[in-house]
Write a protein that binds this ligand. Structure first.
Ligand code: PEP
Ligand code: MG
Length: 555
């Protein structure tokens, strides 16, 4: 591509090439404070106008929930309920009764709840984003503006946004939105996870994206992490053709995972419920490497019974009958609060009581979940592996392993905290396998919040320090011949997947949509090349140099 073209760059998330006009999400409505007060005689009518707008927004969210499944549907249904929440409606009605126009009442009532949620601590942060999203939808309705968020384009387009709300990403049509680029977000942000699920080329944390206006043609390269503005159309079409040929090669891949010199590497899928598992079952994934159980219960205010849990877990086991399934116990807390886990207020929830730490205060939640997994295993005649999140000490691993073995299940733990990587050999004294969660391992190694787009380059899994801990953990597994996999987003990056193999990783678990790309890439490289790339990457000084070093050997 000629160098004088404007190129904006960010963090690559989902590989793939797209050449199309850019569209931006519809702007959020603005309510200028100090609107004229409304007359006493029209206040009742204003209340009805407000109520109707909220009901319409709720109904639209509910309708959209019927077009998606799993966690996406649950997020939309939760938001639909929030849009007609009595407390919120009541607060707005009260303001209207005092003469505040409906638009301003919506804003003020929302801010009261935002303040309340914020005071309850960081655990409710996700809900605050949702509250503001609902407010904007209701205000747009009241002002007669189009629904904010994603416009449905007339032709396939590259969607640009500051960031995407859950309500937006859940309804994306991959036929029409063929690329995603955001100013905010990190490689493990909500946008990134949904883009990966849908297989849409995606780049996040792009500096200078605002200068690329709607209608401009652009070439998105999801692997290089760049958007070329007004590219030469001939060159852009050739790049798309090349991308298409690569995609066909990827689609034709149907496993099993194996390097070009025949070394086996299991390629597994990350799932979050039965529907997700059935969909992953249609890919070449050999099994499930991470079943995030907490995502089944995000909208539940009371703990699901053992029988109900067993039914949900059975669905996933049935979708992969006779194959490997790794179930992770509830990773509640931080950005995934579960109401029934009764999280305390914490100044730093990511460093607080999350994952296995919940069991210290509330052992019943863990033991009932393990009972449910054991029932599901019996019902489906399967032998699931069960692992705990956020393990930091060998003692935690020992106690967890005893509880899992007592139920006839296979115990393992996640390596997400640097202390676990440093003592991986001692963890392996207690459990049968390790699974590295590179999303959290990066966050805790680099002291950088994985939700912060400003810190995306720190939480990049190509950080050499993170990969050094992966190498140490894999080495501990090799020494005692126990499997060590990776189930964080790092495993979804085909080039990085090769490096992980070179570091000694034995299985890779990623979103179903990424399985073929990872498997196809691995089939083109030898174990010796992977090892050479791994050595070079460990001596790099930053993610960009690490990527370049790997590409020199493997591409
Ligand atoms: C991880 O931390 O890499 C991981 C797989 O767990 P989660 O993304 O669910 O925190
Ligand atoms: Mg994690």
């Amino acid at each position: 591509m000629t160098e004088d073209r404007e190129i904006v760059r960010g963090t690559p998330v989902v590989p793939g090439i797209a050449f199309a006009p850019v569209i931006w999400t519809a702007p959020r409505p603005e309510v200028v404070p100090g609107m004229p007060r409304i007359d006493a005689s029209t206040r009742d009518g204003e209340k009805v106008r407000f109520e109707e707008a909220a009901a319409l927004v709720s109904q639209r969210l509910r309708d959209r929930a019927t077009t998606v499944s799993g966690a996406a549907a649950q997020v939309l249904l939760a938001n639909a309920t929030m849009a007609v929440d009595r407390g919120w409606l009541g607060a707005a009605q009260k303001l209207i009764a005092d003469g505040t126009p409906a638009e301003e009442a919506a804003v003020e009532a929302t801010e009261q709840f935002v303040a309340l949620f914020t005071n309850m601590g960081g655990l409710m942060a996700e809900r605050v984003t949702d509250l503001r999203d609902i407010r904007d939808r209701v205000v747009s309705e009241l002002l007669g503006l189009p629904e904010p968020g994603i416009l449905v384009p007339a032709t396939p387009s590259i969607l640009c946004a500051q960031d995407l709300a859950p309500a937006d990403t859940a309804g994306l049509d991959p036929e029409m939105i063929i690329g995603l680029v955001t100013v905010l977000g990190g490689p493990t942000s909500h946008t990134a996870i949904i883009a990966r699920q849908l297989g849409i080329p995606c780049v996040v944390a792009v500096h200078g994206l605002e200068s690329v206006t709607s209608g401009t043609s652009a070439l998105l390269n999801g692997e290089a992490g760049e958007l070329v503005v007004e590219p030469d159309p001939g060159e852009a079409r050739a790049a798309v053709e090349q991308g298409r040929a690569d995609r066909m090669r990827i689609q034709a891949w149907n496993g099993p995972g194996r390097t070009s010199d025949g070394v086996s590497v299991s390629i597994l899928a990350n799932v979050q419920d039965g529907a997700g598992a059935r969909s992953a079952g249609t890919t070449a994934a050999e099994g499930v490497g991470l079943f995030r159980t907490e995502l089944c219960f995000l909208d539940r205010d009371s703990e699901p019974s053992v029988d109900e849990q067993a039914e949900i877990y059975s669905e996933v086991l049935e979708a992969f009958a006779g194959r490997k399934v790794v179930i992770r116990t509830l990773d509640a807390g931080s950005d995934k609060p579960l109401l029934f886990a009764h999280h305390a207020d914490e100044a730093n929830p990511a460093l607080g009581v999350r994952g296995i730490r919940i069991a210290a205060e509330n052992p019943g939640i863990l033991s009932r979940q393990l009972d449910a997994i054991a029932i599901a295993a019996r019902q489906t005649k399967s032998q699931p592996w069960v692992m705990a999140p956020m393990i930091a000490t060998p003692s935690e691993a020992e106690s967890f392993a005893a509880q899992v073995r007592a139920r006839g299940l296979v115990p393992g733990v996640m390596v997400e905290v640097p202390s676990a990587a440093l003592l991986a050999d001692r963890l392996l004294g207690h459990v049968d396998f390790l699974s590295i969660g590179t999303n959290d391992l990066a966050q805790y190694t680099m002291a950088a919040d994985r939700m912060s787009s400003d810190l995306a380059s720190f939480t990049d899994p190509w950080q050499p320090a993170v990969l050094a801990l992966v190498a140490r953990t894999a080495g501990a597994g090799i020494a005692v011949e126990k499997p060590v996999g990776v189930c964080g987003e790092a495993a979804a990056d085909p080039l990085l997947a090769c490096v992980l193999i070179g570091l000694g990783i034995t299985s890779l678990s990623c979103a179903g949509a990424a399985v073929s790309a990872v498997g196809a890439k691995i089939g083109t490289v030898s174990l010796a090349d992977c090892r050479r790339a791994a050595e070079d990457v460990l001596t790099a000084d930053d993610p960009a140099h690490a990527r370049a070093a790997a590409a020199r050997v493997l591409e």
